[in-house]
Design a protein around this ligand. Structure first.
Ligand code: GLP
Length: 246
């Protein structure tokens, strides 16, 4: 597990974009797992800058997003689908038929989850998956108590996640999501975990230096052979070995 600690959010975001860019340049048909949330917004901006500078071609990249609220129209402004198009896909040349996001509108949930896993398998598995982390240690929407062998499925959101992450006017309306499972994520050949800000310091300590436990799903990453953790100084604040490394 490589832990890279950066001075601030912008350099953390640049480092994450550099890592993905290097992987795409060395493997133009990369199969890439993608997150949403506040943390990766800078990361997506940096990738768009690379594309606009003619440094990156996304046309052969295949993407799979980690999660989507359910049930929710993909056109709803708070959907992760809307987030991805607004903040990334509308600005680069990923091929439309290579974009995969769990379908928040499906009425065949079990089929959708099985199809998602089959599509990942048909692409040869995930080469690199970029993750954020929830304050309660969730990855994707694998909340505390998630089975370490879980695959893509419909999950109940924790009260904490609803309060912290679901926009106020949807509180009580949205309480479920479709998410890649812990095993789905752990099957990715490489992982990159991004975290920024003092709010994440405690959970980053627990995830990286605490016991491996289903109470902190991100702690399972300690068992993955190829994880790069990219933090800013604030998110690294509670790490025992947390000196600035880059
Ligand atoms: C949501 C997403 C996760 C994300 C987490 C943290 O729960 N499902 O994929 O990592 O929020 O988001 P933020 O980066 O905004 O703290």
């Amino acid at each position: 597990m490589n832990v890279n600690i950066h001075e601030d959010y912008q350099s953390m975001s640049k480092a994450a974009a550099n890592l993905v860019a290097r992987r795409i340049i060395s493997r133009p048909d990369l199969v890439l797992g993608l997150p949403t949330g506040d943390t990766p917004k800078g990361f997506y901006r940096e990738l768009i800058d690379f594309y606009e500078a003619g440094l990156l071609d996304f046309s052969k990249v295949t993407t799979f997003n980690l999660d989507e609220y359910y049930p929710l129209s993909r056109d709803n402004p708070i959907s992760f689908t809307n987030y991805m198009y607004e903040r990334f896909f509308n600005h680069v040349n990923v091929s439309q038929n290579k974009i995969h996001i769990p379908d928040g509108e499906t009425d065949r949930v079990a089929d959708e989850c099985q199809d998602y896993e089959e599509m990942i398998a048909e692409e040869g598995g995930l080469d690199l998956t970029v993750l954020g982390i929830g304050e309660n240690g969730h990855i994707g929407y694998n909340e505390p108590g998630s089975k370490l062998g879980s695959k893509t499925r419909l999950v109940e959101l924790s009260e904490e996640s609803i309060v912290r992450e679901v926009p106020g006017n949807y509180d009580g309306i949205i309480n479920k999501a479709l998410t890649m499972g812990v095993k789905t994520i752990m099957n990715s050949r490489k992982l990159a975990l991004l975290a920024s800000g003092p709010r994440k310091a405690n959970v980053i300590h627990d995830a990286l230096e605490g016991p491996v436990t289903g109470d902190v799903p991100a702690s399972i990453l300690q068992l993955h052979p190829e994880v790069t953790v990219i933090l800013d100084r604030e998110a690294a604040g509670d790490l025992d070995g947390g000196e600035l490394m880059v």
